[in-house]
Design a protein around this ligand. Structure first.
Ligand code: PPS
Length: 264
């Protein structure tokens, strides 16, 4: 089946978001934008640095060397870390038949919409209101549903996909990391996980971002990326009509991914 897809009339768009050269054991961290993948990348990089016995911490300046973003460069070398022995790559790709190992990171789309709105506005990429963003086909809830549904509908048996949630990372980061690494075949000492969680805490990452901005080290985002880092921000940012709109559009997916508890 894999051969059929790779050799089939496939899809330039998918190949644009594939590492070059691709390795069979590449692991992709996939998410819709603003779901918290930078935090997950910091956590994993901070674990891999310790396990590789390197005296370094993940920063906005060096993250790309450990967990590259496929939207910034496709030309990828072997990982400079000795652990975990395969490359880990960040991607916002909709369903991609060329990815074989995927961790899919989800976040409550209501909070995603709020985060996305401030992101787009700060970069000057969207000038409308938050309600308009939510209703935009390209960035709003339709885009979130398209992204999530694409992985749900199309993922083949030869692709290994595991879903984790931002809200669980907030509540029980250690448990989520335990699960991620057991999926990858590792049982890591708690002390390593705890150290990575501390080094990747919101305030630590924010301090690092401010340092990078102050000294004009490439803050990859170039604006205040570390905004709030909370769950349920939508409650103070969205109107009831906006919340209803999102929940009607995404109802089916919210149920499937057990987000019913956060339905109003
Ligand atoms: S991007 O631009 O798509 O790569 O953004 P992404 O990293 O996926 O998501 C950005 C949101 O993640 C929040 N964030 C964190 N939350 C909790 N803890 C930590 N350490 C952390 N780091 C980043 C970030 O603040 C964005 O969410 P909002 O709601 O805008 O604060």
């Amino acid at each position: 089946m894999y051969e059929k897809i790779v050799k089939g009339p496939a899809n330039y768009k998918h190949k644009l978001l594939l590492a070059d050269p691709p390795y069979h054991d590449d692991l992709y961290l996939v998410s819709f934008p603003k779901s918290g993948v930078t935090w997950l990348s910091f956590l994993m990089a901070n674990i891999h640095l310790q396990c590789s016995r390197l005296d370094a911490t993940a920063t906005f300046f060096n993250l790309e060397s450990y967990i590259p973003d496929i939207h910034l460069t496709r030309s990828l070398k072997d990982s400079i870390l000795t652990f975990p022995g395969f490359r880990i790559i960040k991607s916002h790709s909709e369903y991609n038949p060329f990815y074989r190992r995927i961790i899919y990171l989800m976040r409550d789309p209501k909070d995603v919409m709020v985060s996305y709105y401030y992101f787009m506005k700060k970069l000057g990429w969207f000038n409308g209101s938050i309600s308009e963003l939510i209703r935009s086909k390209s960035y709003g809830i339709d885009a979130w549903c398209r992204h999530t549904q694409s992985w749900l509908n199309k993922t083949h048996a030869f692709q290994q996909i595991n879903v984790i949630k931002y809200e669980d990372m907030k509540r029980e980061p250690r448990k989520v990391l335990d699960r991620v690494y057991s999926i990858l075949g590792f049982k890591l000492p708690q002390i390593i996980l705890d150290e990575a969680i501390d080094r990747s805490a919101f305030d630590e990452m924010k301090k690092n971002e401010e340092y990078c901005i102050k000294w004009k080290l490439s803050s990859p985002k170039g604006y205040s990326f570390m905004r709030k880092g909370i769950t349920g921000d939508f409650k103070s940012e969205l109107t009831e009509a906006d919340v209803d709109y999102i929940q009607n559009k995404a109802k089916h997916l919210l149920e499937i991914f057990n987000y019913e508890d956060i339905l109003a």
